[in-house]
Design a protein around this ligand. Structure first.
Ligand code: G
Ligand code: G
Ligand code: MN
Ligand code: NA
Length: 249
């Protein structure tokens, strides 16, 4: 069976897909302020699959909408349990291609009894390059409903600065490929400092992802980065492990 059929079955079965949550910390690295929801698949024969192995399949075969809605529903349930944390959910560019994406996202949060203010939607730069008017309208609708919008993987892809002006977002996430080089590549420090300054000049919050070492965390803190995420603090954990994580491990 091809992965597409398996994924369709998994969406019906209900016990194969699960969501792991990776903490986001304040710049001191001492306090958890949010979580990013990351989908996983316990495949019956292939073992545990990371999203790289099936998100693009889901995008190609039309399953990304039900999958994305399911992840958002799960994340909203966790949001209810942790009212002081901001919960981030990745939204695929393909989801933004379908009419009514904003309405669908709003109604899922509403049905779960979660305030949109608690939810951050992570979008990648590619959606801003494609199809401007539809995407812009959807992002505006979501922002005015109270959702925060984060530009994920910032610095990769098209990354045209004009898009940052054209599409209003609340925060940017510096891609881990830049963070990875911090500590041995002087150019990487310059790039990261410039991105943080740019973000702040546009009144955006800046998150760094893929923070793995104390040195990277320190450089980012000194550069004024607002939020840190990465294996230095924690990998993504399942819901039942969140209590341990919150209690300081
Ligand atoms: O989970 P992992 O750390 O391997 O994430 C790999 C990639 O998969 C990341 O780029 C992340 O944005 C993406 N991803 C994880 N969960 C979801 C999801 O629920 N929806 C979409 N569209 N992408 C996701
Ligand atoms: O949405 P995005 O593609 O940025 O998803 C984050 C991805 O980065 C996930 O696959 C997650 O497992 C991974 N990740 C999270 N923290 C780290 C880290 O510190 N180092 C590396 N190499 N990957 C990380
Ligand atoms: Mn992300
Ligand atoms: Na990312």
């Amino acid at each position: 069976r091809v992965i597409e059929d398996d994924l369709r079955a998994a969406l019906h079965a209900g016990d194969q897909l699960f969501v792991a949550y990776q903490p986001k910390l304040d710049s001191s690295g001492a306090r958890i302020i949010g979580l990013e929801a990351l989908v996983r698949w316990r495949h019956p024969t292939r073992g545990e699959l990371a999203p790289d192995a099936f998100i693009s399949v889901a995008e190609d075969c039309g399953l990304i909408n039900p999958l994305g809605e399911w992840v958002l529903g799960e994340a909203c349930r966790v949001a209810r349990h942790w009212p002081d944390l901001s919960i981030a959910v990745n939204v695929s560019p393909i989801q933004f291609g379908s009419a009514g994406v904003a309405r669908s996202i709003c109604s899922i949060a509403h049905a779960a009894g979660v305030s949109p203010q608690q939810i951050e939607l992570e979008v990648t730069e590619s959606i801003l390059v494609e199809n401007d008017d539809t995407v812009r309208a959807a992002l505006e609708e979501l922002r005015s409903a109270g959702f925060r919008i984060a530009l994920d993987d910032f610095g990769t892809g098209y990354s045209s600065l004009s898009y940052l002006k054209k599409f209003k977002v609340d925060s940017i996430k510096i891609d881990k490929s830049f963070v990875k080089r911090l500590g041995h590549d002087p150019e990487a420090i310059a790039i990261v400092q410039a991105v943080i300054a740019l973000g702040h000049a546009m009144a955006l919050s800046v998150t760094a992802e893929g923070v793995e070492t104390e040195e990277q965390g320190c450089l980012l803190r000194v550069a004024g980065c607002n939020e840190l995420q990465g294996f230095l603090f924690s990998k993504a954990v399942i819901e039942s492990e969140l209590h341990t994580l919150m209690n300081g491990v």
